[in-house]
Design a protein around this ligand. Structure first.
Ligand SMILES: Cc1cc2nc3c(=O)[nH]c(=O)nc-3n(C[C@H](O)[C@H](O)[C@H](O)COP(=O)(O)OP(=O)(O)OC[C@H]3O[C@@H](n4cnc5c(N)ncnc54)[C@H](O)[C@@H]3O)c2cc1C
Length: 388
């Protein structure tokens, strides 16, 4: 069988295009760079700080931290991590504490240090060479040229040709359709993200209820998940199982009215919990949760692959999406460098491990989703953390 032309091309002289400067794409670029392999990241956003990056991420010892070690950034990560914040507290709607699991402390091998997503992304951005990220380059079309090459075009008029193309462009990847016809499906749950700055009057009661880590107040079909940042600010996800049309009917241009409507779904809940819905001082962010099929995979196609959410979007109920994105980036870089004379062999090795790894976590996430908002909540969540 004829070999694709790009397979014979050395990695170091191939034009490598990574679409998306999220956690997965940045980790990949950083590690390739450490091995002397240049790659260009094309990012839709105009600059690193154009969008709020969301809440805290706990970075796991068996994947996310492994990737940060491979990237040579683990010490810097630990310096930015928040000690003891991996504590978990589950309450009922009245704020009665059902389980209070303390943080593991930085010295524990099981520790999952938490870091603000924005800090982690900034760390990675600062660790790739200046000029490797092309900001404001939203991929709008991609055309296979044969032999594993792809022609790329971007919203700002830029054009490029890639010998190796990596889709690190998240949930709604423009690269995924080159490999698979799967589309993310709505999981039935939407998060409304709210933010309360430090020092607000009713905030003291919230802060006390939340404790030092993550608070999860859940019952069938709904919940409030909240976390206190080191500076005292509070971030919350208000979770509701409702069809997407229900949220579409809310008018978020009239923010207070929309939030009051959501708060009505939490009648009878403790005031300190309800205030997390109504007392925010930033524009709330509506995040419908989507997922790809649990066993999402594709047949090998020359010159292109996916990392992170583009490959295995899942709901956040195992806290693994960001960890997997980091790990995918590291595993792909390692496989490519190990087969630096044969890109296809590197891609095949990477994908062979990627598919079962992602499927196992996606299945766990789907089970946890059911535990969080299924008929046995909150006790099913208590069981989950009691078992850890
Ligand atoms: C509410 C919520 C809470 C979460 N909590 C956790 C948690 O606690 N722990 C955890 O591990 N995971 C969590 N996750 C999951 C985690 O956020 C994702 O899995 C992770 O960010 C995926 O990283 P990524 O690099 O694959 O994609 P992303 O972080 O989505 O990055 C993709 C990048 O691609 C860019 N892009 C998109 N389209 C284009 C285009 N056409 N052209 C150029 N650039 C493009 C985007 O602007 C973005 O910068 C959570 C997710 C949600 C929604």
């Amino acid at each position: 069988m004829a070999r694709p032309l790009n397979a014979a091309k050395p990695l170091s002289t191939s034009r490598i295009a990574i679409i998306g400067a999220g956690l997965g794409g940045l980790t990949l670029a950083r590690i390739l760079h450490r091995h002397g392999v240049p790659a260009t990241l094309y990012e839709a956003e105009m600059s690193p700080d154009v969008r709020a990056q969301g809440g805290l991420l706990d970075i796991h010892g068996d994947n996310g931290q492994v990737a940060l070690k491979a990237a040579g950034l683990h010490d810097q990560f630990l310096a930015l991590a928040l000690p003891g914040e991996d504590a978990k507290r589950v309450t009922d709607r009245h704020g009665n504490i059902l389980i209070d699991r303390p943080g593991k402390g930085p010295a524990s091998p099981a520790a999952r240090p938490e870091i603000a997503r924005g800090d982690l992304r900034r760390l990675l951005i600062g660790a790739v060479p200046a000029g490797a990220i092309r900001w404001g380059c939203k991929l709008t079309c991609v055309t296979p040229l044969g032999d594993g090459q792809h022609r790329l075009c971007f919203s700002n008029g830029a054009r490029a040709t890639a010998d190796l193309l990596i889709g690190a462009d998240g949930a709604w990847s423009r690269i995924r359709p080159l490999l698979s016809s799967a589309m993310p499906a709505y999981t039935g749950t939407t998060f409304i993200e709210t933010h309360l700055s430090a020092g607000r009057v009713r905030h003291a009661a919230c802060a006390q209820l939340i404790g030092g880590g993550t608070l999860m107040a859940v019952e069938p079909g709904k919940g409030i998940l909240a976390h206190r940042h080191a500076n005292g600010a509070v971030q919350a996800y208000i979770a509701l199982n409702q069809p997407q049309a229900w949220f579409d009917a809310l008018d978020f241009t009239r923010q207070a009215v929309a939030l009051d409507r959501i708060a009505r779904e939490f009648e009878g809940w403790a005031p300190a919990l309800r205030s997390l819905i109504t007392d925010g001082d930033r524009e709330p962010v509506v995040r419908p949760l989507h997922a790809l099929p649990i066993d999402h995979h594709w047949a090998r196609k020359p010159g292109v692959t996916l990392v992170g959410d583009a490959a295995h979007l899942m709901s956040p109920f195992a806290g693994e999406g960001a960890n997997l994105a980091l790990f995918d980036g590291a595993r792909l870089a390692s496989a490519l460098c190990a087969h630096s004379g044969d890109i296809e062999a590197g891609l095949a090795e990477y994908e062979q491990a990627l598919f079962p790894r992602s499927a196992a976590v996606a299945a766990l996430t789907a089970r946890n989703h059911q535990r969080f908002f299924g008929e046995h909540a909150p006790w099913s969540v208590v069981e989950l953390f009691a078992a850890h």
